[in-house]
Design a protein around this ligand. Structure first.
Ligand SMILES: Nc1nc2c(c(=O)[nH]1)N[C@H]1C(S)=C(S)[C@@H](COP(=O)(O)OP(=O)(O)OC[C@H]3O[C@@H](n4cnc5c(=O)[nH]c(N)nc54)[C@H](O)[C@@H]3O)O[C@H]1N2
Ligand SMILES: Nc1nc2c(c(=O)[nH]1)N[C@H]1C(S)=C(S)[C@@H](COP(=O)(O)OP(=O)(O)OC[C@H]3O[C@@H](n4cnc5c(=O)[nH]c(N)nc54)[C@H](O)[C@@H]3O)O[C@H]1N2
Ligand code: SF4
Ligand SMILES: [Mo]
Length: 745
């Protein structure tokens, strides 16, 4: 009997769970026996990802079990971290933070939020809540290392920050990829699980893929054509293509004609940038530039997709803008097979308010104290953080809260940030590791394992190749003494607002929700609140957003519509169909038009004119993503860390020969910013004159607790990048195309 019972207890279960480790948002099966994970697989019945999984998805097991992952708050005493209780931890925050704010003002506390927050609803929604309570101008995030240029250009064109069109890949016949490598990254600002499978299907129906990249990337390997481009020069290529469309009479706005403002301004602006003048700058033949433009204009179902390579450069906002300009001028926006706008089931600004018109976006409402950099989307550029800590005077940053971010490795001039963090009066990190950044903290508060947390994607359904809704419940129950991350952030907010560390945050949250609902629901508010009162935290937010959303049950007025209970019940997700045309309904610009020629962008072209006169560096450095890696923090997971050493510098054999370097040699990679000792790997996939090194490495710093990662630390690419250059419009860092030298050691 006893034997029988234990076998029954140990039965294998399958839990369904969205992977939070990259933008592909794959639906996974977690096979487990009690607390033991037996296997992690792609869920073949998932309506969105249909069974796809990559090695990182499998690594969720290692992450869940990682002995280095923090389970308890740790406080630094005499230079060493010690585990403490949650009550003690919040008491420390209450002792330190409000006093600092009272003495030095809210701006003296900076917050940095990192990439994993985009994948965790508790962090995403409640970081915003905490930042609101704080009211500091010093809010920073990984967005200014990544996609801020695209958000700014989209905001200017379409009126909201996340109205970013994505390739309708299931119907495209020509996909041109500029500065993205979805075969490795699994897509970005484009949620497209199993890119390889979708590319295969595109080829099977006679379609073509063209990749433009300084490296013959893994995506270029499966493409029909690949063109090298000089790093940082996309703006020249794009201006040459836009010029060609006007020059050769290829502009056709189609159904968009009546919704576009500023066509003639764009024509006038592009006149000065003929492909014949641009070719030398981007190192793509003028004839090739013209042909690319013709192909995009003359193919039914063509789309130009640009990603991080086009953002992390000095002209990031211009390049991001020109990609949309190309799609619009070619008649490829908002049509099947072209660039289309998803319609998310919840949380999308472009489904809220009056359709077709809005307030648009504003930037520059505040400026950073030292560099006078404009605020964009409520943030300042992350490259400005170190100087804000170091520079004395009113408004100096004296305390820091990091939330799921590792800027010492992920931001330019990481070593300077590392030193600056040592000057802080107080540093609090909400993080799961003691790593290169959090080792500087006075206190670290760990979140739950993803498998102990619920999951609902807030942002990615706004960039998905298909519309869908999906929710994952926690796979494992968390230790009841541990708060979820939303509760951690809300409690910190309560402390900042003077409600005390012992505040009943659940009651407070009910008040906050009531305020929010009263504002939008008017007379219906009491009914809406009643319908959702059994839920709390993120679950209540999701239910409210789904019900009010474009497919929602409208709190009972459309009974067939979505709500949280229905989405929860669908373990494989709910398919909401292929992308549909959304113009002009999606627009939220004050004019109700697509603003094709925003003044801020036209003015910035003078900077391009000036740059045309600048010399071009002989050797430039770019980054590289890798399948078994996720920015800076997954190198501690054994299943990903195994295999060959990956933090190598790829260099073209000719450049290697010029520097007297052989495959596998150690070399000094340097510039005015610093120097790194790197292992060289010869590769004819590199454009001559370009070296590629992955980012997120350099795990050899003292006092971290990441055993596996520290065994093969690699080097920190960002030690060679300057924090003094950025795209001035978006504040985005320049991560690509930096001048370097290389020599043998
Ligand atoms: N040179 C160069 N630099 C780059 C890039 C590049 O291409 N080249 N890419 C940039 C880009 S696109 C990005 S997005 C940034 C990313 O840079 P960051 O935003 O700094 O993100 P990560 O490096 O992913 O570090 C994630 C942090 O979150 C913690 N963490 C992980 N999971 C959780 C969790 O569940 N809860 C909490 N609280 N913490 C967690 C990790 O321990 C780690 O400290 O890097 C940028 N840096
Ligand atoms: N396995 C894995 N997946 C990831 C991540 C990871 O670290 N590992 N990180 C995630 C994150 S945070 C993000 S933001 C996404 C990013 O997703 P992607 O944008 O697809 O990122 P990358 O793979 O870095 O691809 C950028 C490409 O641009 C090229 N490039 C570099 N400089 C230039 C340039 O100046 N012009 C042009 N045209 N091309 C250039 C590079 O050679 C590279 O092939 O990936 C996400 N997915
Ligand atoms: S592709 Fe991204 S979402 Fe899918 S399993 Fe891999 S890491 Fe997870
Ligand atoms: Mo990113």
């Amino acid at each position: 009997m006893k034997h029988h019972l234990s076998r029954k207890l140990a039965m294998e279960h399958i839990a369904y769970r969205t992977c939070p480790l990259c933008e592909a948002c794959c639906g996974l099966e977690i096979h487990h026996r009690d607390q033991e994970i037996i296997a992690i697989r792609g869920n073949p019945k998932d309506v969105f990802s249909a069974g796809y999984i990559c090695p990182k998805g499998v690594s969720l097991k290692d992450l869940h079990q990682d002995p280095d992952r923090l389970r308890k708050p740790v406080v630094k005493r005499d230079g060493k971290f010690e585990a403490i209780s949650w009550d003690e931890a919040f008491a420390i925050i209450e002792q330190r933070l409000p006093g600092l704010i009272a003495q030095n003002g809210a701006d003296s506390v900076a917050c940095v939020v990192g990439n994993p927050a985009a994948h965790k609803i508790g962090l995403l929604l409640y970081f915003a809540r905490m930042a609101r309570s704080l009211g500091s101008r010093n809010i920073y995030s990984a967005s200014t290392l990544d996609q801020m240029p695209k958000q700014l250009s989209s905001g200017l064109l379409f009126g909201s920050w996340l109205s970013i069109p994505v390739p309708d890949i299931e119907r495209s016949q020509l996909l041109v990829i500029l500065g993205g490598n979805p075969m490795v990254s699994n897509g970005s600002l484009w949620t497209v699980p199993d890119f390889r499978g979708k590319a295969k299907a595109l080829h099977a129906r006679g379609g073509k893929i063209v990749v433009i990249d300084p490296r013959r990337s893994e995506t270029a390997e499966i493409a029909d054509a690949h063109h090298f481009i000089r790093p940082g020069s996309d703006v020249y290529l794009l201006l040459g293509m836009v010029h060609t469309l006007f020059d050769e009479g290829l502009v056709r706005l189609g159904a968009l004609a009546e919704h576009v403002h500023g066509l003639s301004e764009v024509q006038t602006a592009a006149a000065a940038f003929a492909p014949e003048q641009m070719a030398g700058r981007c190192q793509i033949d003028a004839a090739q530039i013209r042909q690319l433009a013709r192909d995009l204009a003359q193919t039914e179902g063509a789309v130009l997709y640009g990603r991080i390579g086009t953002c992390t450069q000095e002209f990031g906002t211009l390049a991001s803008w020109l990609i949309d300009v190309m799609n619009i001028l070619c008649g490829n926006l908002d049509v099947a097979g072209g660039a289309m706008f998803p319609k998310a089931a919840a949380f999308a600004a472009n489904t809220e308010g009056k359709p077709g018109i809005g307030r648009g976006i504003i930037s520059g409402r505040r400026h950073s104290r030292v560099a006078n950099a404009p605020e964009v989307l409520g943030e300042l550029p992350l490259v400005c953080l170190a100087e804000e800590i170091e520079t004395p005077g009113a408004g100096q940053v004296k305390a820091l809260i990091t939330v799921a971010s590792n800027p010492v490795l992920s931001s330019p001039n990481g070593p300077r940030l590392s030193n600056a963090f040592e000057q802080l009066d107080f540093m609090l990190s909400i993080d799961i590791y003691i790593n290169e950044t959090t080792r500087h903290a006075d206190l670290i508060l760990p979140g739950l394992s993803p498998l102990e947390d619920l999951h609902f994607d807030v942002a990615f359904p706004q960039f998905s190749y298909r519309n869908y809704a999906r929710f994952s419940a926690p796979v494992f129950a968390a230790d009841t003494s541990r708060p979820a991350e939303w509760e951690i952030l809300l409690r910190i907010a309560a402390i900042i607002e003077g409600k005390g560390a012992a505040c009943d945050i659940h009651a407070w949250e009910n008040e906050l929700i009531a305020e929010q609902v009263n504002k939008v629901a008017g007379a219906f508010a009491p009914a809406v609140l009643k319908m959702t009162q059994h839920l709390q935290g993120p679950e209540r937010q999701i239910d409210l957003a789904l019900r009010a959303g474009p497919y929602g049950d409208q709190f009972g007025q459309r009974p067939e519509g979505l709500n949280l209970a229905k989405v929860k019940a669908a373990q494989d997700g709910i398919d909401l169909g292929p992308l549909q045309p959304r113009l002009p309904e999606l627009l939220r610009t004050p004019s109700g038009k697509i603003e094709l020629a925003p003044a801020m962008l036209l003015q910035d072209l003078t900077r391009v004119q000036a740059a045309l006169q600048q010399p071009m560096p002989a050797l430039q450095l770019i980054g590289r993503r890798q399948v078994r890696s996720g920015n800076s923090w997954m190198h501690n997971l054994p299943v990903l860390a195994k295999g060959p050493f990956r933090c190598t510098a790829l260099i073209h054999p000719q450049d290697a020969a010029n520097a007297g370097l052989q495959d596998g040699a150690q070399a000094k990679l340097s510039n005015q910013q610093g120097e790194l000792l790197v292992q060289v790997e010869l590769s004819d996939a590199m454009m001559p004159g370009v070296i590629s090194l992955p980012h997120g490495w350099g795990h050899d710093l003292a006092n971290t607790q990441m055993q596996v990662a520290s065994e093969r630390p690699g080097v920190n690419l960002n030690a060679l990048l300057s924090d003094q250059v950025r795209d001035p419009l978006s504040g985005n860092a320049v991560l690509s195309g930096v001048a370097v030298q290389i020599c043998a050691v």
